[in-house]
Design a protein around this ligand. Structure first.
Ligand code: DAH
Length: 343
């Protein structure tokens, strides 16, 4: 048999086997058998070098034609086979590519933190620095330096968590932060707000928690008056609750301020909850405040004959409850996503 005859037979056999291969694996096996490194077709093509010189060209051309036509047929069949197996796969494992994707649920900032930041930002715009101070305090700073010596009856206003170390407690309010700020800045003027967590040994109800937030504020400088306090609080309340809001000031008592006041804002009558919230008065308490007591100024390192100051303290969670009609303070700690996701 001549080389040409052998080539023709090889072509026939390869074409027949290609025809018989019906899945992708069989097709690839066919490809290896004829066109792999040790494949029969490649071996046949290499024969060209053993032929007499005058036959080489024709054999080479013929060989390449056979190779090209077989490979083209192979590629076509492989493509058809792949498509068919994809369709079969899709039919077996139906997938609706037109379905909308699953949206990712993004987390968010806790509503209490957001309102806290809003309050900080309003005061920052008015030139207040934002300070943090310690939650584990000493008795001196939480009470004594705020004008409440041991056994002072006003201490009863704050039911206290004491630690096993005598004189060390969880702060019952952010007011001791005033002392830290004063000691750092005296005798210079200062404007600061102090947001942070406070603790009280109280029964937990819808309105009070043993752990809650406060924001303290203080301003000290020459000629600071009650009018400055009033203006600052009014500007703050209007930015937080709306430009038309009115504030009302009532006299009160705190050991660390003289005079002491409590501040109310008017509640819009349109709000269906207004009557319940304000107990029919139309007013809601938002903070305690006053002119810093001379003794407290002195304890912080200031001379009350040279400077004066005002201070205020409020519960941002209470304010959040007002702003968003939340009626149970315990929601803040529950981490119930149905509650948190509303805001
Ligand atoms: N510390 C007070 C409390 O927890 C709130 C307060 C009242 C803070 C008057 C002040 C203030 O700075 O001047 O009830």
């Amino acid at each position: 048999m001549t080389a040409n005859e052998a080539l023709a037979q090889l072509e026939q056999r390869a074409a027949a086997e290609l025809h018989a291969a019906t899945d992708e694996a069989a097709l690839r096996a066919w490809n290896t058998k004829f066109f792999g490194e040790k494949g029969e077709m490649n071996a046949a093509l290499r024969l060209v070098s053993t032929l007499p010189a005058d036959q080489r060209k024709a054999y080479g051309q013929d060989g390449n034609r056979v190779k090209q036509s077989l490979l083209t047929a192979y590629e076509q069949k492989l493509a058809i086979e792949k498509e068919a197996s994809l369709l079969a796969n899709l039919a077996a494992n139906p997938l609706d590519v037109t379905l909308p994707g699953r949206t990712m649920s993004a987390g968010g900032i806790h509503i209490a933190t957001r309102v806290m930041r809003e309050i900080d930002a309003i005061f920052a715009d008015m030139g207040f620095q934002v300070f943090r101070s310690r939650e584990v305090e000493d008795d001196q700073t939480n009470f004594e330096l705020l004008n409440m010596p041991p056994h002072h009856p006003a201490r009863d206003m704050w039911d206290t968590f004491h630690t096993k170390t005598p004189g060390v407690l969880l702060r019952t309010h952010t007011s001791p932060g005033q002392i830290h700020v004063m000691k750092q800045f005296a005798p210079n003027p200062v404007r600061a707000v102090l947001p942070g967590m406070c603790y009280r040994y109280e029964a937990i109800t819808t309105r009070s928690e043993i752990q809650f937030e406060q924001v303290e504020g203080l301003v000290i400088g020459p000629n600071i008056t009650m009018a400055d306090l009033k203006g600052t609080i009014t500007a703050f309340a209007r930015r937080l609750f709306g430009q038309e809001r009115q504030i009302r000031i009532r006299s009160s008592y705190f050991p660390f301020t003289e005079p002491s006041i409590e501040v109310d804002i008017d509640w819009p009558k349109e709000d269906p909850n207004a009557d319940r919230l304000t107990k029919g008065t139309g007013w809601l308490e938002i903070m305690g405040a006053g002119m810093i007591h001379p003794t407290v100024l002195r304890n912080g390192g200031y001379d009350p004959d040279v400077v004066s100051g005002f201070a205020f303290g409020m519960g941002p969670q209470r304010i959040t409850m007002l702003k968003h009609a939340i009626d149970d303070i315990r929601e803040f700690w529950k981490n119930d996503l149905r509650f948190l996701g509303q805001f």
